[in-house]
Design a protein around this ligand. Structure first.
Ligand code: HEC
Ligand code: HEC
Length: 526
């Protein structure tokens, strides 16, 4: 295995293997982290005062970040380390040199593998760094200036051709990286940050996560779901997890698995739901968990997940979150510690409470025919947060994500296809003339050629198939296709069109999807 690793196993394969490790609890550490650091790292990293090692002791990052650094030591520098030792080290380093919750705010999408996120980093980060990998990879690290500088040196030393690439050959990349980027990064992402010190001393105990959690979620192409996740302790920072839930259409969402807690809040779970392994990447703090749960083999198939510990008081979601003026409909509130009659604001009447427990309240609502269109805060007692949108007609439809990437796969190769998964969002026009989000509606889906080139190349015919009633697009097989011009592959450039019916009137929205080749290099942080 080790020999093979160095000679043949690709960095991406290693990263995938390592990522699986990150989500599964290991046997109790056979060797402690200090011993491993001494015996496997110290050969190349110089000991310093206070038990520190050069480079390693001067950075903070996420579990995925540490995993990538160590995986790089293996693929590029010939480090030999067992999977068990690597797990022990990642855990230790993420715990002692991790990021505070506030330091990961706004960039968790990269950990949650929301790969269709369009990043908004300002120049120069965007062009100088974000052209090869996500800006989040940068924002999820903390270092002093010297370590940012070494990182720049490492980049050029390892990939000297980067200076000849687009967005480098038009400028003096190395000079700019050292003189502009290093000071900027050291200021924006410093090693020493009061937030981290505070988190280290004030982080809640892991045992506080043990118990029943009420959760709510949404899976594009399938809909909303809710249920209970039971967490029990299975060692230090290790948990057993059991999920019992249901989609709005009644289909089950049940399974079991395990999870490990890094840095006091970075929850990484591995749960098999109805035979399919899903990863959990949550921020778990006190009585709240939030993040994304996605299929291990298909991270594009994932759901937004939010949970509240039973016994705490929180209103998580209103399912569905909309109601048409002049109509009656059943709506379910999900949360914990829910008591009393919910209130949905002006013009919305609760006709009947069909079901009521601290975790769920199901009601029948009626919106007055003249109820003003717009968003209303929903309250249960003192609890609030989610909203209900009342509408009389849909003004426009948005395809979400507006821009996305699907990937061809299989076709004799081992890389799976990456699907496109879409939601149709209905938007209304408020009394103030401003657009407001009504919610996700059922739609009829199709794809069309994005431009003349795509029309000429018959991309619609070759690039894949859109499922008309779910918005799930499955790309074509990988490899050359003799039926296409110059036997090219099944890539394509497509418009994604959703048609939503509003009382007999069809409204359409449009998105853009690139169907491209496999992602060969797929590290834990994109
Ligand atoms: C065979 C030599 C070798 C061994 C063994 C080794 N490293 Fe490294 N390490 C390097 C070199 C060379 C660099 C600088 C180039 C780079 O970043 O890849 C480095 C850099 C690093 C960095 C800084 C990366 C960055 O992004 O700035 C970290 C962190 C690190 N090593 C961690 C470790 C850990 C943890 C171990 C032990 C499990 C280890 N290394 C073992 C050679 C080694
Ligand atoms: C030419 C493409 C390219 C550019 C430009 C680039 N990077 Fe990277 N970066 C990489 C690659 C490749 C890796 C290594 C990924 C791995 O370890 O699997 C990497 C790794 C990293 C890491 C993780 C290192 C670790 O071990 O913790 C950080 C942080 C990073 N880059 C920051 C930056 C910053 C900051 C800039 C801009 C100054 C930048 N990158 C520009 C390609 C690039």
């Amino acid at each position: 295995m080790k020999r093979k690793l160095r000679s043949g196993m690709s960095a991406s394969l290693l990263a995938v293997a390592a990522c699986i490790a990150l989500h599964s609890p290991h046997s109790l550490a056979a060797r402690d982290a200090q011993t491993i650091l001494k015996e496997t790292c110290q050969g190349c990293h110089t000991p310093e005062a206070d038990n520190a090692l050069s480079r390693i002791s001067h950075q903070r990052k996420t579990p995925e970040g540490w995993l990538m650094s160590i995986a790089r030591m293996q693929t590029m520098h010939g480090l030999q380390i067992s999977d068990d030792d690597r797990r022990t080290l990642v855990k230790y380093l993420a715990d002692t040199q991790g990021l505070a919750p506030s330091e990961t705010d706004g960039v968790r999408y990269a950990l949650e593998r929301r790969l269709n996120t369009v990043e908004q980093f300002d120049d120069p980060t965007h062009q100088m760094c974000g052209r090869c990998h996500s800006g989040a990879r940068v924002a999820l690290q903390r270092r002093p200036a010297q370590e940012w500088e070494r990182l720049v040196n490492f980049h050029l030393g390892q990939w000297p051709s980067l200076e000849y690439q687009a967005l480098s050959r038009d400028r003096d990349w190395f000079d700019m990286a050292r003189k502009e980027m290093v000071p900027l990064l050291a200021k924006r992402y410093p090693l020493d940050n009061p937030a981290w010190k505070k988190w280290q001393s004030a982080a809640p105990k892991a045992e506080a996560l043990v118990g029943d959690w009420s959760f709510s979620g949404h899976l594009p192409g399938k809909g909303e779901l809710a249920g209970v996740m039971t967490v029990s302790a299975d060692g230090s920072d290790i948990f057993k997890v059991s999920v019992k839930g249901q989609y709005a259409d009644g289909s089950p969402f049940n399974g079991d698995g395990s999870a490990i807690l890094y840095t006091g809040y970075e929850w990484r779970g591995n749960v098999t739901i109805d035979g399919v392994t899903m990863r959990q990447v949550f921020a778990a703090q006190g009585n709240a968990m939030q993040g994304r749960m996605f299929e291990a083999e298909h991270d594009e198939r994932g759901l937004d997940f939010v949970a509240a510990k039973q016994g705490s008081q929180r209103l998580l979601a209103v399912q569905p979150g909309y109601l048409k003026a002049g109509s009656e409909s059943e709506v379910t509130l999900i949360g914990s510690g829910l008591t009393g009659k919910p209130d949905f604001g002006k013009g919305v009447e609760v006709l009947d409470v069909i079901e009521q427990s601290p975790e769920r309240i199901k009601v029948k609502l009626k919106a007055a025919a003249n109820a003003q269109p717009g968003v209303r805060a929903v309250t249960v007692g003192t609890l609030k947060g989610p909203s209900l949108s009342v509408y009389s007609k849909i003004a426009s439809v948005k395809v979400v994500p507006e821009f996305s990437v699907a990937r061809i796969g299989e076709g004799g190769g081992s890389t799976p296809k990456v699907q496109g998964r879409f939601d149709a969002e209905a938007w209304g026009k408020g009394a103030d003339g401003k657009p407001y989000r009504i919610g996700v509606f059922p739609a009829q889906w199709k794809v069309e050629a994005f431009d003349d080139r795509a029309r000429e190349d018959e991309d619609v015919k070759f690039a894949g198939t859109m499922q008309a009633d779910t918005g799930v697009f499955t790309p074509g097989d990988a490899g050359p296709n003799p039926a296409r011009k110059m036997s090219t592959n099944n890539a394509g450039n497509l418009k994604v069109i959703a048609a939503v019916d509003d009382a007999g009137k069809s409204l359409t929205g449009e998105g853009h999807m690139i169907v491209t080749v496999q992602r060969w290099n797929n590290p834990p942080i994109p």
